[in-house]
Design a protein around this ligand. Structure first.
Ligand SMILES: [Zn+2]
Length: 440
């Protein structure tokens, strides 16, 4: 970073664009009751139109707005790169916040508001870089497809999933994608900053457990009680001590962090390494093993009536490459009297940390931060990258480049109270993105 250099147009406007997007409440309640993404999509459309960029507007349902545009590269033989961001945000309870979550206040060098990191920051960075590229008449080597989508926070049904199902032509030739939850820095010391690039995501299995038993009077003998059976299965699953299981991504991540901090990687006890990454452990702590957390129970309607059926819900998250192992173990824990059904089942993802795109991300980071070292990581949640992979075979990365202050609790910002992003991190981000998108 060379502070003496004058700011680029993208650096100058990225904060304003982020504020403008935050001021549009696009809360997604998951039940269709929210304001939708149309107004946020209109901001994107008008900012693109201002510089002469035409975009396709797609409404999956009234109010559920998506914007997609393509900028043609100079080399049509190269596959296209997708850059995507979601326009919806999770709701915010204003009473909990120290600022109005939809005012887009700029204070102490930060932009405050719902979506500041998840992910109107990237939405604005995409806009700023695209406007800059267009205004300066530069062209990337490959086609770049920019997509601002609806509904990521509720599974992407009205966003990514709708677009890949109904408008796959918009993504023609796309083989790789970058999007949220990766690319941010973890400072080891002033001479070394790790940038965590997301290359893997756990899979998801929301399972309903069902036990059928013999209904009857609560005063009589009953050795076929559905409540007892489901309770036993829930206890077994909830208490199960899932063993440490290292995917290639997690192994590489722990090796890199251990090396950066100068401590050994003890496979039996990785905790000292996790201790080094501070609050970021929230993103990766659950990626060293499968997890199964019971979340709901249901049975019965009266104190003295044994119901014929009892149910429970378990939130299961499995590691990429270990799905069979996960379900085999779960089925063993269920026991013979309890069966399971999926409420929701989503794939796990893992891609290797190599290839030209990875090299370009590393190079772009190092150009802007000589202390940068990029490392891959697996996240325990999921993003729209799953949809683009499952439906179109697109290899996805989490890469929203942000150079963060050493003491910032970044993980707490996601869906958190007082969500905020440093203005200079956004400026760093557009410089990195500009380099990446133009040079790759
Ligand atoms: Zn998000």
């Amino acid at each position: 970073m060379t502070p003496a250099e004058p700011m680029t147009p993208a650096e100058k406007e990225v904060a304003d664009l982020c504020v403008e997007l935050i001021r549009v409440d696009s809360s997604n309640y998951g039940d269709g009751s929210g304001p939708g993404e149309r107004a946020a999509a209109e901001v994107v459309m008008s900012r693109l139109a201002e510089v002469g960029i035409e975009a396709t507007y797609v409404e999956s349902e009234p109010g559920r707005g998506n914007v997609v545009t393509r900028i043609e590269g100079t080399d049509p033989s190269l596959p296209a790169l997708l850059v995507h961001g979601h326009l919806d945000v999770v709701p915010a309870n204003a009473d909990d916040w120290s600022v109005d979550p939809f005012a887009g206040e700029v204070r102490d060098g930060y932009i405050w508001g719902r979506g500041a990191v998840d992910m109107k920051d990237m939405d604005a960075m995409m806009l700023a870089v695209l406007r800059q590229i267009k205004r300066e008449g530069r062209r990337p080597r490959r086609d770049l497809v920019f997509a601002w989508v609806a509904d990521e926070e509720a599974g992407g049904v009205y966003g990514a999933k709708y677009l890949t199902a109904h408008h796959p032509e918009l993504f023609e030739g796309v083989t790789e994608a970058i999007s949220e939850v990766g690319g941010y820095s973890l400072e080891v010391d002033p001479s070394l900053r790790l940038y965590l690039i997301e290359t893997a995501q756990k899979g998801l299995a929301w399972m309903k457990l069902i036990a059928d038993g013999t209904a009857g009077h609560g005063s009589m003998l009953n050795d076929d009680n559905a409540v007892t059976e489901v309770a036993k299965a829930v206890a077994r699953i909830g208490e199960h001590d899932w063993p440490l299981t290292y995917t290639p991504t997690v192994r590489r991540f722990l090796t890199e962090v251990a090396d950066a901090f100068g401590i050994p990687f003890d496979e039996e006890n990785p905790q000292p390494i996790l201790d080094k990454i501070g609050p970021l452990v929230r993103f990766v702590g659950a990626t060293l093993r499968h997890t199964t957390n019971p979340t709901q129970l249901g049975a019965g309607y009266k104190s003295n009536v044994i119901p014929g059926q009892a149910t429970a819900v378990v939130d299961g998250r499995f590691l990429p490459g270990f799905e069979d192992d996960f379900f085999k173990t779960v089925d063993g824990l269920l026991g013979p009297k309890v069966r399971r059904e999926f409420i929701h089942h989503d794939i796990a993802l893992e891609t290797s940390f190599d290839g030209a795109l990875v090299e370009s991300m590393i190079a772009a980071l190092k150009e802007e931060d000589p202390a940068a070292r990029a490392i891959p990581y697996c996240m325990s949640g999921g993003t729209d990258n799953k949809t683009f992979f499952a439906d179109l075979g697109v290899r996805g990365f989490g890469f929203v480049p942000l150079r963060l202050p050493a003491d910032m609790d970044f993980a707490a910002m996601f869906h958190g109270v007082d969500e905020r992003v440093p203005v200079d991190a956004l400026q760093f981000g557009v410089r990195v993105l500009d380099r990446l998108l133009l040079n790759y």
